[in-house]
Design a protein around this ligand. Structure first.
Ligand SMILES: Nc1nc2c(ncn2[C@@H]2O[C@H](COP(=O)(O)OP(=O)(O)OP(=O)(O)O)[C@@H](O)[C@H]2O)c(=O)[nH]1
Ligand SMILES: [Mg+2]
Length: 245
C-alpha cells in the first residue's frame, strides 16, 4: 500500500469500527495503489490503526455506507477508483484484473459477484433479498447481473459524472442504475466472499436489511436522468452475471 500523491489506483474502504479487520485488508492492497480508509465515526480506534498501517484516512462525519463511499470518491485522485468493504470479507487484491479491464477499455464498471466461502459468509435472507433486487434491477435497466456487491472498479471522472446522491445503502445500486442509464458497459466476475471479521452491522441484522431494502426501493423508483443516454441494450451492458448491499 502506498500513500503517494498520485497513485495508480485509489481503493476506497468505507470503515465503521473495523479495527480487527483493517490489518488483513490493508496488507492486501496491491503495490502502487493507495488505500483510502473512510472513517465514519469509529469508536474502536480504526482511524489510528489505518494510519499506522500506512493508509490515507478520510473523515466523514455523516453515517451511512453511501456517505463513506462518496467521501472516498471525492478524496480520490487516481484515474481509476475501486471500492472494497473494510471487514475482511473481500480481498482487495481481487481488484487487480478488474482494474486491467477498465484500463483496457473492455468495461466501464466491473463488479464482483460474491460467491460465499463457508458458513456465515452470507445469510439466507440477504441472499434472497439480493435475488429479488437483481430481478428488479433487470426490469429497470435490462442488466443481467447476479449481485450488487461492494467490490468494484471504474474511472474516477466517469463515476463523479454520475452525480450520485444516495448516502446510505442505496449507493451501490444507484451507481449501477445510473451507469446503465448512461450506457456504460458493465461486467461482473465471481469473487470469493468470506465471513466478515468483527460484528455484523447491516446484512446480519433484520433492521439493517430492512433499511437497505427501503433505500434500494427508493433508488429503483427514480426516473432515468433526463441527461442520461437511453437505457442499455443487451450489447451495451453485457453484465455477465446481478445484486448486493
Ligand atoms: N453499515 C455501515 N457501514 C459502514 C458505514 N460506514 C462505513 N461502513 C463500512 O461499510 C462496509 C460495509 O458494511 P458492512 O457492515 O460490512 O455491511 P454488510 O456487508 O452489508 O453486512 P455485515 O458485514 O453483515 O455487517 C464495512 O467496511 C463498514 O465498516 C456506515 O455508516 N454504516
Ligand atoms: Mg460486510
Amino acid at each position: 500500500m502506498t500513500s503517494s500523491a498520485r497513485p495508480d489506483v485509489d481503493v476506497v474502504l468505507p470503515c465503521l469500527n473495523e479495527a480487527e479487520a483493517l490489518p488483513w485488508v490493508l496488507d492486501r492492497i496491491p503495490p502502487g495503489w493507495r488505500a483510502l480508509v473512510v472513517d465514519n465515526g469509529s469508536t474502536d480506534g480504526s482511524a489510528d490503526i489505518a494510519r499506522e498501517l500506512g493508509a490515507t484516512v478520510v473523515h466523514e462525519p455523516r453515517r451511512g455506507f453511501g456517505a463513506a463511499c462518496h467521501a472516498g470518491l471525492m478524496a480520490a485522485a487516481a484515474g481509476i477508483v475501486c471500492f472494497c468493504d473494510c471487514d475482511a470479507s473481500l480481498d482487495p487484491a481481487l481488484l487487480i484484473p478488474f482494474v486491467r479491464e477498465v484500463q483496457g477499455g473492455e468495461s466501464e464498471l466491473v463488479l464482483g459477484r460474491r460467491r460465499p466461502q463457508g458458513r456465515g459468509a452470507w445469510p439466507t435472507h440477504a441472499r434472497a433479498g439480493n435475488l429479488a433486487l437483481s430481478l428488479l434491477l433487470r426490469r429497470r435497466t435490462g442488466l443481467h447481473l447476479h449481485d450488487l456487491g461492494p467490490l468494484r472498479a471504474a474511472r474516477r471522472e466517469a463515476l463523479l459524472a454520475l452525480g450520485l446522491t444516495d448516502r446510505r445503502s442505496g449507493y451501490p445500486l444507484q451507481m449501477v442504475v445510473r451507469a446503465a442509464d448512461a450506457g456504460w458497459h458493465i461486467t461482473e466476475h465471481d469473487v470469493p466472499y468470506r465471513p466478515r471479521t468483527g460484528g455484523s452491522k447491516v446484512t446480519g441484522t433484520w433492521r439493517g436489511t430492512w433499511q437497505a431494502v427501503q433505500d434500494m426501493s427508493r433508488v429503483l423508483a427514480e426516473a432515468p436522468e433526463a441527461s442520461a443516454a437511453p437505457a442499455v441494450s443487451g450489447t451495451q451492458a453485457q453484465a455477465r452475471g446481478g445484486i448486493g448491499r
